[in-house]
Design a protein. Sequence first.
Length: 143
Amino acid sequence: MNILSLDHAALLVKDVERSRQFYYQVLGMEVIPGLGTIWLAKGSAEIHLLGESEPGRAAQASGTYYDDDLADGHTTHIAFEVEDLEEAQRHLKEHGVEILCGPRPRGNDGEQLYIRDPDGYVIELFARRGVSPKKRFAHRAKE
């Protein structure tokens, strides 16, 4: 088997419209029209929002985390690469989004921070040092 790429992440959410607003307004993703459910995309990242079929299911799916886990980066999460982490922090503050952890070093190639979406899913935002995302992913366009 040869996996080509991660196509999308599907998230079970309590309130689809509330989550759509978060991913659209806060993270800047665009709604993919005409698919029946809410699908959003930005660059190669795609999120599918699925409304819970019975109350409480979304809370079970998003899981729990401990502060120590976040400090070590050891928790289930989705990660998005951003061009400028400082700009991302300003944007998050403007939208009233709490930063759970960070910014802090991400290995030896950049910095990261963690936030939560309205259903409690942990999201990592990170920026690499020295290489722009456009240059780093230019080879994918040729494949």
